[in-house]
Design a protein around this ligand. Structure first.
Ligand SMILES: *Cc1c(COP(=O)(O)O)cnc(C)c1O
Length: 473
């Protein structure tokens, strides 16, 4: 109890020469907050310590603790090793960028640039001109516009072309994606009025046609990315939708979700419609994400008929949804890779998706060997094996499709699996592994080239921590 009374007051700590030096060097508020935290921690620690300490001792402890906390200060966003085998994991930041995109960001971020300057004419230009040409070349569309994300793209399309008007959608497509994007909610916010037609499993072109009246502003179709209706189903093809739009002079908008522009049929990934196919079918406006199967930065890409895209560019909402120069740089780098580079090799998520079973097996065997070496004397680990497993595309794409892959399977002594998985998740970098049948699985498809060595480091740290008094195991 007396210990607690001998804890120096915050003001006294702040008068110490060493703390004063820290205040001169760093942000004052940050140091004051850190001192408070250290004093609070000390108060808790002392409750468990029976011996008496002098006031000087306690001051020393506070200052040591402050000095230790400062260099450890960092942001809250850091690297995670994705051992889940889910290639597009929204919780893990979706698509890692390729080096062409990263180099582009590096070049643009550190200097001035022509974001909104038309250098030919020497007048103000538009930030939207930058990626437009690349998107036109890649997809065959007449025009393009890029906004913050696909949710914003859908909202902008609806608001521009159908505010206060009716938008006809198939009941089977009123989906929720990722727990926060609900087509009916987005539609309401955009000011358009949702008209549902058809039934959950069947919608025909005649259902749309019967609902069209003088208040109709748009026909809308969404790719039901994250679920699949099987059994007796009927939906309206893109060609039929486009024909309906033409017949009634109404714009047809398609929310494609993932938006893949690289044909991966050869690898069994043929369920997801290609962006080019929607354009060729005559859909007027198509929207998709930049950071799903495209493998670029977070963005919402709108492509389609020039008159509609131009109308969206003029909408005030576009100003609120606009992308910054870093997004534009990353997107240009990504799109250029598709146009003049080698996306199968250089777009990380595409590379992961086309990884052959033989390559994955090698990768798993090599990782298993490294883990075996560094854990040779660790009696808590019973067994290490390379096993076949199932990976997934994720990001709402190919919901029922499992890609055969390989993993390293670790079996620990009874009762510690949960703690091991939790500890690895809380280290830096964090390792997100899977758990299956009392074993820990690291799927190798989603590992980056440097991750093997980092996993070895984490394992050594885990073993090391075990022997510490405050240790994790
Ligand atoms: C993922 C997805 C969205 C949301 O896209 P964000 O880029 O995350 O805003 C919207 N619609 C569909 C069909 C999707 O799959």
């Amino acid at each position: 109890m007396d210990n607690l009374r001998r804890i120096p007051a915050i003001d006294e700590v702040l008068m110490d020469e060493r703390i004063k030096a820290l205040i001169n060097k760093y942000n004052r508020q940050f140091i004051v907050t850190t001192v408070r935290q250290s004093v609070d921690n000390l108060r808790l620690e002392l409750k468990l310590e029976p011996q008496a300490f002098s006031k000087d001792d306690l001051m020393e402890r506070i200052i040591n603790s402050v000095e230790k906390k400062i260099p450890a200060s960092q942001g809250t966003l850091y690297k995670v090793i994705n051992g889940t085998g889910v290639v597009l994991h929204t919780n893990l930041g979706r698509a890692p960028l390729g080096s062409r995109a990263i180099n582009y960001i590096n070049e643009i971020a550190r200097t001035y640039n022509n974001l909104e300057m038309n250098l030919t004419e020497g007048i103000r230009g538009s930030r939207y001109d930058h990626v437009e040409d690349l998107l036109i070349k890649l997809t065959g569309a007449e025009a393009a516009l890029v906004v913050n994300n696909n949710a914003a793209a859908v909202m902008l399309g609806l608001n521009t072309l159908a505010v206060h008007k009716e938008v006809i959608v198939s009941r089977g497509q009123l989906v929720e994606i990722g727990g926060s994007f609900r087509i009916p909610e987005v539609m309401k916010l955009s000011g358009a009025k949702l008209i549902e037609v058809g039934t959950t499993n069947k919608t025909y072109a005649s259902d749309y046609a019967n609902a069209i009246n003088e208040n109709t502003g748009m026909l809308f179709t969404a790719h039901t990315s994250n679920y699949k209706i099987v059994g007796f189903t009927a939906s309206v093809s893109m060609e039929e939708m486009a024909a309906l739009g033409k017949e009634y002079s109404l714009p047809v908008m398609q929310d494609l979700g993932s938006g893949i522009i690289c044909n991966l049929q050869e690898w069994g990934l043929n369920e997801e419609p290609l962006v080019q196919e929607s354009v060729a079918a005559g859909i007027d406006i198509i929207s998709f994400s930049g950071d799903k199967l495209l493998g670029g930065p977070q963005a919402g890409i709108l492509i389609g008929k020039k008159k509609y895209i131009e109308a969206m560019k003029k909408n005030q909402l576009t100003r609120a949804l606009r992308v910054d120069k870093l997004t534009i740089a990353a997107l240009e780098g990504t799109l250029l890779e598709y146009l003049i580079g080698d996306p199968l090799k250089n777009i990380p998520i595409i590379r992961m998706l086309v990884n052959s079973p033989a390559e994955l097996k090698n990768k798993a065997e090599s990782l298993a060997d490294k883990i075996k070496m560094c854990t040779a004397n660790w009696d808590k680990l019973k067994e290490i094996a390379v096993k076949q497993t199932e990976d997934m595309v994720g990001g709402g794409a190919y919901p029922t499709f499992k890609i055969p892959g390989y993993c390293v399977e670790l079996e620990f002594i009874n009762g510690i699996l949960e703690t091991v998985v939790k500890n690895l998740r809380q280290m830096q970098p964090a390792l997100i592994a899977r758990r299956q049948d009392d074993k820990m699985l690291i799927n190798v498809r989603t590992l980056m080239p440097e991750d093997d060595d980092l996993i070895v480091r984490l394992m050594l740290e885990l073993i090391d921590n075990e022997s510490n008094p405050g240790g994790l195991l």
